[in-house]
Structure formats: structure tokens, C-alpha cells
Design a protein around this ligand. Structure first.
Ligand code: MG
Ligand code: MG
Length: 252
């Protein structure tokens, strides 16, 4: 199963670090304008302008027909929310911003959930442990570790925190394509075989947790994924390479 995983050279990882650093810079700028009263389209316009400024190609625009540069997913929206002028951020909301770029043929992909004003303790808990799960996942990006050890470690963080783990969407390999093998599940799936992680693998690790049930459905826009029980959801993602020196986070 690991046969079709494309290993990257140190030079390729260096190129992906350049792409990833730009994703991070754009996300930082977009996050800096998150406040009560602005629309998710305002975030999109900022990201579009920054892609031009940094001379990078946005990775999501047109991908399978997706209509925007950013995925902006508010509150019960898990992933793949479409930016809209009508979607105004309110005090107490959370918004997950997912962004990918292509630079010199290589992709970077990262996401973070931001808070609008002050949020409840419950939401802080959701964000804290989703972020923690990403860190724990990254710590397993070591040659000789295994994919399912990484997945199980992410799952355990959610379980111990009493959070739901979205099943239908996962992380992924990444390189000259946005989505490469393997799928990086946030739980240990049945019907798949585990693989040994090797130097040169680059994976986008992206826990998606909920404050309630893990079940999701897709809205009529055919993109926006929401929790079935309308509980809030958080999403943190980094593109990470396995190197001789251990995990190297490329999207910082
Ligand atoms: Mg992403
Ligand atoms: Mg991704």
C-alpha cells in the first residue's frame, strides 16, 4: 500500500517549505482581520490579494469546482465552507480558515480555527484539544513510526477530551498534488492496512473535532460540511515532512 506514496527529496522539501511559509503568512494576515461584523468574503478577498502579492497560485480555487481561495467554515460548519458576503461573523463565533497554495509546482496546505471576540469555555476546550491533537500527530512524523500510531494518538486526544472525531474527512499526502496517498485518518480505520512512515514522506495532518457527535452532512451548496447535531467543530492542519531530524512542519 505504501508503494504509491511519493517520497520527497530534501530539495523538494525545501521548495515545499517555501510554499508552506507563504500559506502561513497569508493565514496570519487573514486571521488578523477576523472580527465581529466582517464577512467570510472579506477574508476571501484578503487571501486573493495576498496570493497575487506573493505570486502564488491558490490551490483550492477551481479544485473539483470549488469556487474560492479559502474554505471558511463557521461554528457547526466543519470544512469546505464557501466564503460569502452574507456570512457575517458575530461575537462568540468560531471560523475555520483553510488555505492552500502552489509554488513552483509544489503544494502547501494549512488550516486553523479562529475565535471572534470571546467564546465559551466549551469552545476553548474544543479548540485547545484539536490544536493539541495536531501537535501530537506531528510528533509521530518520524521514520519508523506508523501511520495508524499517528491516527490512534490523534483519536486518543479527542476521546480523553470528550470530543467527537469527524470520520468522513481525513488528512492526506501532499506534494506535486494537493491530495496524494496515503489518507491520514484521525482514527484507526478498518479495512485499511497500516504503513511504516519513512523519511521523505510529506503529510497534511488535520484533526477535525466536534463538541458533539462526529456525524456530518453536506449542505445543499454541495460543499459545506456541517455536524448533523449542529455542534461546533474545529479544524487545525499543517503540512509536515519526515526528515533525518524528525518532524519538520512546513506551514509555519
Ligand atoms: Mg487544508
Ligand atoms: Mg488538507
Amino acid at each position: 500500500m505504501s508503494d504509491n506514496i511519493v517520497l520527497k527529496t530534501n530539495q523538494e522539501i525545501a521548495l515545499m517549505k517555501e510554499a508552506g511559509a507563504i500559506v502561513c503568512a497569508i493565514l496570519d494576515s487573514v486571521e488578523s482581520i477576523v472580527e465581529e461584523g466582517i464577512s467570510t468574503m472579506d477574508l476571501e478577498m484578503k487571501a486573493r490579494a495576498l496570493c497575487k502579492e506573493y505570486k502564488v497560485t491558490p490551490a483550492f480555487l477551481g479544485y473539483c469546482g470549488f469556487p474560492a481561495v479559502l474554505c471558511t467554515s463557521v461554528n457547526e460548519e466543519v470544512v469546505h465552507g464557501i466564503p460569502s458576503k452574507k456570512k457575517i461573523l458575530r461575537h462568540g463565533d468560531i471560523v475555520s480558515i483553510d488555505m492552500g497554495v502552489i509554488l513552483g509546482g509544489y503544494f502547501g496546505d494549512s488550516a486553523r480555527t479562529c475565535i471572534v471576540g470571546e467564546v465559551s469555555k466549551e469552545i476553548h476546550h474544543l479548540l485547545e484539544y484539536t490544536r493539541k491533537a495536531l501537535e501530537v500527530g506531528i510528533s509521530h512524523m518520524v521514520d519508523g513510526d506508523t501511520l495508524f500510531t499517528l491516527s490512534a494518538a490523534i483519536y486518543k486526544v479527542a476521546e480523553e477530551a470528550g470530543l467527537g472525531v469527524v470520520r468522513k474527512y481525513s488528512g492526506h499526502g501532499i506534494g506535486t498534488k494537493l491530495h496524494e496517498p496515503p489518507a491520514v485518518f484521525n482514527y484507526v480505520p478498518t479495512g485499511y492496512s497500516d504503513i511504516v512512515l519513512r523519511k521523505g514522506m510529506v503529510l497534511a495532518i488535520e484533526p477535525m473535532f466536534t463538541a458533539g457527535s462526529y456525524e456530518t452532512r453536506v449542505l445543499r451548496d454541495k460543499w459545506t460540511v456541517v455536524t448533523k447535531d449542529r455542534s461546533y467543530s474545529a479544524h487545525f492542519e499543517h503540512t509536515v515532512a519526515i526528515t533525518d531530524d524528525g518532524p519538520k512542519v512546513l506551514t509555519i
